[in-house]
Design a protein around this ligand. Sequence first.
Ligand SMILES: [Zn+2]
Length: 370
Amino acid sequence: MRTKCIVSKGLVVVLLLMAVCGGAIAAQTKTKNIIFITADGLRWEEVFHGADRGLLSKEGGVADQAAADKKYWRETATERRKAVLPFLWTEVAQKGQIFGNRDLGSASRVENPYWFSFPGYSEMLCGFVDESVNSNNLVNNPNVSVLEWLHRKPAFKNKVAAFGAWDALPYILNRDRAGFVINGGLDPVNGGKISERQYFLNALKTETVDLNPGAPPDSIMFYSALEYFKQNKPRVIYIMLGWTDVAAHRGRYDEYLKAARLYDEYVRKIWNTAQSMPEYKGNTTLIMTTDHGRGEVGDGWKSHSTNLPGSEKTWMAYMGPDTPALGERSNVDEVTNSQFAATLAALLGEDYNAAQPKAGKVVQDVVKGK
Ligand SMILES: [Zn+2]
């Protein structure tokens, strides 16, 4: 009787502990850090098919046909996509998962009804659509992003950072309220440890003539982000690259592919840097995506809007210790950009859906553990 009583008391304690900690136990993951890196308006077509023959031409504003063909033209789509995004196709799609190849029955799209950038980033970073966030104006987003939500937790305090070449990023993430390092446009980096190299990159930013107002080249911003990453070791870093979109709007298909190729190269660089650091090796998950698609017919590729069908189509890739290596996904449920916030949090063992019921659900297939 006495023994039984102890056992049942013990059981009650165990059950209580499970009730209190159940979520945390169930959500235990190996991921301690996240690298989230996006390429603005990079179409699913180029991601899965590589260069388009019709656009890799005078019609696509290609300046040097022979050079462009040499770089990007191959006989098969599998070879062509690897020529544009070699790291994505030889590493991420092998060791992780990629969604969005509609030819294989895998669709990815935005949920917002606008199909342009500010609402797109708000959707992916906050996890839901707010129809009042419907312009690219530099106005603070009233919504709290998953990055800000994480930063408010002691385990992530000052361990979150965001960098973007587009000067709208501080507004998308509401820098005035958010409280973590958010660097946008040509702003010098002024948070965390400023190394000699960061000081030099800051000088390059302040001395860049701003001929593409609001969206300076990705290169300086990326190296600023990489330097910040090395020096300050954030647990979550978000990096927003913009020149795929800039080049496409200018009707330069060769430069659009070059920007995509550089995006891939930057992902490789920061991933390999992370794997060389004990704080990140083996416990970091990479997330890649875009904020919107582009038009699909004729000149449509140059832009994106609700008047250009295809602009809602996206793609997404994940690689890390909790993501089974299922590769290029086929015949799966549609995924949406509103699922990034909760999925990013879930990879870190955090339940964003409980805090923000409007947020899209976790993409469970990438948080299953290995
Ligand atoms: Zn655009």
